[in-house]
Design a protein around this ligand. Structure first.
Ligand code: MLT
Length: 397
């Protein structure tokens, strides 16, 4: 037999595994030190009370023969109506009408970003921004697709626009962006939709951080004219409602999105019925509660908490004259490394001298070199302590 040789083209380990291993090794070697982790975007606020109550209620139903459930309904790829209705209502509040057959409930955006690739030939060319969430790159390397990069640099506000001379079949957009925190406005997204329509491409729009958007920026690609004919939106309860451990996400594939005469939502439904058995009833009821009126109020309190952390980190960097972006529409701060340090030099120095861990920008791509990503998802106390330590460290340089 032969293994999938495409795996040979991958980096030895996934970025967040590499960073996590370095953190663990350092902590083991220095048990007396308390290292603060501002690296992977993992939430720390507890679940909203309405979510907990809904999950308790759902667990009790599962413990009663009269209300026990086995597999979810297969007509909707195992999605329960209350969650479909909650997702439809959230989109409707933005003026977007969705049918249940256009919504797919999953165990999270990371899985669906990969699952969706089953719909596309390995011969397609993929366009990703650089720097980029490594999942877009790794999943396509595993499938053997050709990958092109659009430079996301300070000069374009980390928001590349399409280049008419470059053809791609699959275009990844993440807005607000991971790792840079930059968010597209309507004109920027319209340019990408127009490009996709012209090139017969499909946009995979990662909206995992949409709940962090402030003001009038678009939350969904479907706010843009023409997007229903060229885009798929992938979203998650992880960062929106603290579900990184619970696991729940949703993907929207409009029924008007067709390629070679085939509706992609039908293809995906076919894929899911073969390869997926749904998300637990208890989880789905918790997710539905997160998008209720009271749920949205409670989850916004947690988002405001993280934004206060982001503001604190930003103020510390401002006080030291360090350039950064993000933190406004996003939980990530993308800072320039001081004194011309490379990303990994800064990572090592910050760990050694301040006992703070972040994510080296170069791990997200070559344009990330010289940058560093800090997450605002830690507790308020740890963020304040990390800022104090980072500030002292920057003063000492
Ligand atoms: C990140 O730190 O970029 C995210 O936590 C990764 C993810 O959501 O999978």
């Amino acid at each position: 037999m032969k293994i999938n040789a495409n795996f040979r083209a991958l980096k030895e380990s996934y970025l967040f595994s590499t960073v996590g291993a370095k953190f663990t090794a350092y902590q083991k070697a220095h048990p007396e030190k308390r290292v603060i982790k501002l690296s992977i975007g993992d939430v720390t606020r507890p679940l909203a009370p309405v979510v907990v109550s809904a999950m308790e209620r759902a667990a009790r139903e599962m413990g009663d023969a009269a209300t026990f459930r086995g597999y979810g309904p297969d007509a909707t790829c195992y999605a329960y109506e209350p969650l479909l209705e909650a997702v439809r209502a959230r989109y409707a509040r933005r003026g977007i009408a969705l049918g249940s057959h256009e919504i797919f409930i999953s165990d999270g955006a990371k899985s669906d970003l990969s699952n969706l690739l089953d719909l596309f030939s390995a011969e397609n060319t993929v366009l990703v921004p650089d720097p980029v969430y490594p999942v877009y790159v790794d999943t396509n390397i595993m499938a053997g697709r050709r990958i092109l990069y659009a430079a996301a640099v300070r000069e374009n506000g980390f928001l590349p626009l399409p280049d008419a001379k470059v053809h791609a079949d699959i275009v990844y957009i993440c807005s607000p962006n991971n790792p840079t925190g930059a968010a597209y406005d309507r004109a920027g997204l319209q340019a990408w939709v127009d490009y996709a329509v012209r090139e017969d491409a499909v946009i995979l729009y990662d909206a995992a951080y949409e709940a962090f958007i402030e003001g009038g920026l678009p939350h969904s690609i479907f706010e843009i004219e023409g997007a229903r004919e060229c885009a798929i939106e992938i979203c998650s309860f992880s960062k929106t409602a603290g579900f990184t451990g619970i696991r729940c996400g949703y993907t929207v594939i409009p029924d008007s999105l067709k390629r070679e005469g085939v509706q992609l939502c039908k293809m995906f439904a076919r894929r899911q019925s073969t390869k997926f058995n749904g998300v637990s009833y208890i989880t789905q009821m918790g997710a539905a509660a997160a998008f209720s009126e009271e749920g949205e109020r409670q989850i916004l309190e947690n988002i405001a908490y993280y934004k206060q952390n982001a503001a604190k980190i930003g103020a510390m960097l401002d006080a030291h004259g360090i350039y950064y972006t993000g933190g406004k529409h996003s939980p990530y701060i993308w800072m320039q490394c001081p004194k011309g340090m490379t990303s990994w030099e800064f990572f090592d120095a910050l760990l050694e001298r301040a006992c703070v861990v972040g994510t080296p920008g170069s791990g997200f791509g070559k344009n990330g070199e010289g940058y560093f990503r800090i997450t605002a998802f830690a507790t308020k106390e740890n963020t304040a302590e990390a800022c104090r330590r980072m500030g002292d460290f920057l003063d000492s340089l």
